[in-house]
Design a binder for this molecule. Sequence first.
Ligand code: UDP
Length: 328
Amino acid sequence: MKTILVAGGAGYIGSHMVALLAEKGYDVVVVDNLATGHRQAVKGAQLRVGDLRDADFLEQVFTEFSVDGVINFAAFSLVGESVADPLKYYDNNIAGAVGILTAMKNHGVNKIVFSSTAATYGEPEKQPIEESDRTDPINPYGASKLAIEGLLRWCEGAYGIHYAALRYFNAAGADPTVGIGEDHHPETHLIPIVLQCALGKRDHVGIFGDDYPTPDGTCLRDYIHVRDLAEAHLLALEYLDKGGQSGPFNLGCGDGYSVKELIDTARAVTGKPIPAVVEPRRAGDPPALIASSQKAQEVLGWKPRRDLRQIVADAWDWHSSHPEGYGD
Ligand code: UDP
């Protein structure tokens, strides 16, 4: 494998993937429509701007580059927005996946690592969650990703395209060595919001519910460093290249941290007070989402190496040095 196509490589997780691939000596081509991505986030790769639903555009890219493998991050990923506008999610996420798989089929590219999500599980029956547990999404975002996992299975049978569907838990952190990080508009995720409070850009963070059946009443999440996630994708691609069996893999640390614990960690890392106010629950939030990543550890040889403090410290490094994000 020499040339890797990263769809959605200008986005938050995709740009960290691109930086890792470039560091490891791969030739990387990014395709991104820049709907939510940032041109400046693409480091060490060629960028072709266009949409995965545009067959002519993809045909041009697959003709220009001799692609050996694909990693697909291109998707909309806001749970609340997906509930308000499911057609937007089904169109962009599913039609985009159909587009890239069609180009792969036409050009004989037979490996894809797909960005899936813990939202495929819905409200899990037990913690930590294993890949064999029931998948029953409670929002269109998770449903769109699960539908694509189904499509991948069919495409493997029909066209011999092998896949790894990586179900992320809570991606967070940044890569301070490359100068890239998280920059969403609007921002809805807990860690960036907490750090915006530390920077004085917000006067408080709302804690969405403190009456959940958890030790301190706030939701438990499994935060995973974006660089650890990128490393898992590379291992998954190499695994497929060696003939590994297709399927889903959870990616998390296996530890659940509450919203209050997260805010306390951010106070310790930043030395700022970070005022917090309890607010009503947010619709669609399961009380706990904690991964068993045993399969990824055993089958891919992956191990997350960065703990919550490191995640928050690296995110703080990015936010404090880029208070306006990429500024675009
Ligand atoms: N959360 C919160 N206040 C915020 C943003 C998020 O209390 O301003 C909570 C949210 O309810 C969830 C956790 O923080 O329990 C993580 O939310 P995030 O949106 O970062 O990720 P998600 O788990 O929804 O993918």
